[in-house]
Design a protein around this ligand. Structure first.
Ligand SMILES: Cc1cc2nc3c(=O)[nH]c(=O)nc-3n(C[C@H](O)[C@H](O)[C@H](O)COP(=O)(O)OP(=O)(O)OC[C@H]3O[C@@H](n4cnc5c(N)ncnc54)[C@H](O)[C@@H]3O)c2cc1C
Length: 208
């Protein structure tokens, strides 16, 4: 299996970094090919704008939807996007590794989705034809709040409901979304408990 890990955390010594390393080691040892897009280390641009396109379909009016489709047809995305599209094309499984920030993706990861899962690459926005069918996605993330906060009757609500936006985005592209791996409340855990979480993650990866 070819696995792309799209990793979004600014600190290389964070628990998210430890999860990323656990995934790289576990999957590689199991014989899979792994690539990592370390978005902060790459200084990946989070905003979709005119600079995303080497040529413009309409230089007089910037329409992101049309320009993405044009770039997809002409192979004229900016180099940073083109490289990520190549990695997505290569991957059977994409793991998104991130801390939950304001009940969502860190902006840099949302930006990766906006720019890489483009019209004409991930989905045809005119016909809604999915273009990435056959691929799978796993959301692997940490939270500040404990599991009880994200239970169906908890104060924040069911984690699976919170993740609807991501599931819908990937499913629109035809990507099968696997049940998420959540490490809850990692900052409140002891180091032994955190090691248990890493082991639980390794086992989950081996069961994929
Ligand atoms: C802007 C913002 C918004 C947020 N919004 C939310 C929200 O909506 N909901 C919510 O629940 N939380 C929220 N949080 C909290 C956030 O989700 C957590 O702080 C984050 O998930 C913790 O993950 P981390 O990788 O940053 O942990 P870290 O703080 O990096 O790590 C936790 C602990 O693990 C240790 N560690 C690192 N590597 C290892 C290792 N190999 N083995 C064992 N221990 C290790 C670290 O040293 C540290 O002590 C928010 C935080 C921010 C900054």
């Amino acid at each position: 299996m070819n696995v792309l890990i799209v990793y979004a955390h600014p600190n290389p010594r964070s628990f998210n970094a430890a999860m990323r390393e656990a995934a790289v080691d576990t999957l590689t040892e199991a014989g899979h090919a792994v690539q990592v897009s370390d978005l902060y280390a790459m200084h990946f641009k989070a905003t979709l704008d005119e600079h995303d396109f080497k040529e413009r379909q309409n230089p007089n009016f910037f329409d992101p939807t049309n320009e993405q489709y044009h770039a997809a047809m002409r192979g004229s995305f900016a180099d940073d996007i083109a490289k990520e599209i190549e990695k997505v094309d290569w991957a059977n499984l994409v793991i998104f590794q991130f801390p939950l920030w304001w009940q969502s993706f860190p902006a840099i990861l949302k930006g990766w989705c906006d720019r890489v899962l483009a019209n004409g690459i991930a989905v045809n926005f005119a016909t809604y034809d999915p273009l990435l069918s056959g691929k799978k996605a796993l959301l692997a993330f940490t939270t500040g709040g404990g599991a009880a906060m994200y239970a169906p009757d908890g104060p924040v609500g069911d984690i699976n409901v919170l993740l609807t936006f991501a599931r819908n985005m990937f499913r629109t592209a035809g990507i099968e979304v696997l049940p998420p791996f959540v490490a809850y409340g990692v900052r409140s855990l002891s180091s032994d408990e955190r090691e248990v979480e890493l082991q639980r993650y390794r086992e989950r990866l081996l069961s994929l």
